[in-house]
Design a protein around this ligand. Structure first.
Ligand code: NAP
Ligand code: ZN
Ligand code: ZN
Length: 358
């Protein structure tokens, strides 16, 4: 084990404090890198504040962060794909069994033995360890993972903006591919223009689709259009919603709080699909007549496997898609969490600058 510094919460309602944590040394199949930046995902808030308690409660200390980007400092003897100094990242997955059919087809996030999340994940597969029985995330100076969970950042891609591709980006990229938007020509709606939503707009547009940004925040219209939305709909304005009725073939819904799924169904065209992506803990009441009349589908999706995550950043690089970010330091974490809880009111992903926070 080696010791490194991290920013942790000691309890759901505590502030972040700098603490020492321990990580496994760099084994023969591992890559260690200095974390330079880590995106602040809304999921960090859900976990660090124990919002998922009925499903999976949070262990403390909790070091969140699953949008890591940094520079390799050490590689194991069996690692040939990476060398010291390379730009690399880690997303939401830090371990899985690497043996089940799901892992073997590049879907480590759906490992049949349960994947290990980058933070608050059970260290049960043996490729990653800390001094506790759970993982510590990227609000930290250094990370070590098995090479399978490393993503190569294409040379030239801005390091500070790479992390958000590994959660926000892939979470949108995967369902866009799954429901056919990668071939272009669909009318894609993105609900919630926050961290995930801004990536959804940019990716859907670059794939050749017509994009509708659907938001509760009229102030986001100009930026949404600038990053690729053809149409901007204010979901709280009945007139705006009526004008957009049945105008989407596919909707990716990123709303981060309990909400009415039925609000968005009128926007779906015949055979339309809505993909639920936010960690909303409420059960949805859905009227089935619209589902019947227009053969609508309600489904969900979560992140993506390692191959698809690599594909996602390579796609972003090719299409010059760069997440809109704001660099922040660790002393701002609590305020950012408060803002995300009330509503991400700007079209940016906050990114923790590790060097500047030290
Ligand atoms: N499925 C997955 O694999 C996955 C991966 C990452 C994150 N997530 C989850 O996805 C959600 C979004 O994450 P994020 O990082 O993009 O969060 P975010 O930056 O906070 O964006 C969420 C957006 O939801 C909209 N919103 C907030 N409150 C709302 C309300 N009361 N009614 C309607 N819309 C509301 C806002 O957009 P407008 O201002 O435009 O309305 C806000 O910007 C979170 O729950 C997160 O945990 C899931
Ligand atoms: Zn995330
Ligand atoms: Zn597996």
């Amino acid at each position: 084990m080696y010791t490194t510094q991290a920013w942790a919460k000691a309890a759901a309602d505590s502030d972040f404090k700098k603490i020492d944590i321990q990580r496994n040394l760099c084994g023969e199949e591992d890559v260690t890198f200095a974390v330079k930046y880590c995106g602040i995902c809304h999921s960090d808030v859900h976990v660090a504040e124990d919002h998922l308690k009925p499903v999976r409660s949070t262990n403390y200390p909790c070091v969140p962060g699953h949008e890591l980007a940094g520079l390799v400092t050490e590689v194991g003897t069996k690692v040939t794909a990476y060398k010291v100094g390379d730009m690399v990242g880690v997303g939401c997955i830090s371990d899985s069994c690497l043996a089940c059919p799901t892992c073997n087809t590049g879907n480590e996030h759906a490992c049949q033995a349960g994947m290990t999340g980058t933070y608050n994940g059970e260290t049960k597969h043996g490729h990653i360890a800390t001094d506790k029985s759970w993982t510590f995330g990227g609000y930290s100076n250094s990370q070590t993972v098995h090479q399978r969970f490393i993503i190569k950042i294409p040379p030239g891609f801005p390091l500070e903006a790479a992390g958000p591709v590994f959660c926000a980006g892939i979470t949108m990229f995967s369902p866009l591919k799954e429901w056919g938007a990668h071939r272009g020509g669909l009318r894609v709606g993105i609900v919630g223009i926050g961290g995930l939503g801004q990536m959804g707009v940019q990716l859907a547009r670059a794939m050749g689709n017509t994009v509708t940004a659907i938001s509760t925040s009229p102030n986001k219209k100009a930026v949404a259009k600038e990053i690729g939305a053809d149409t901007f709909v204010v979901s709280t304005d009945p007139e705006s919603m009526r004008a957009a009725a049945m105008s989407c073939d596919l909707i990716l819904n990123t709303v981060s709080v309990s909400h009415e799924l039925g609000t968005y169904l009128p926007l779906l065209a015949m055979r339309g699909t809505i993909v639920q992506l936010g960690v909303a803990m409420n059960a949805h009441a859905v009227y089935q007549l619209p589902l019947m009349m227009r053969k609508l589908r309600v489904t969900g999706s979560t992140i993506g496997g390692m191959l698809e995550t690599q594909e996602c950043i390579d796609f972003c690089h090719r299409h010059k898609i760069v997440p809109r970010i704001k660099l922040v330091t660790a002393d701002a974490l609590l305020d950012i969490y408060k803002m995300l809880n009330s509503k991400n009111d700007s079209v940016v992903r906050n990114v923790l600058d590790i060097e500047a926070s030290k």
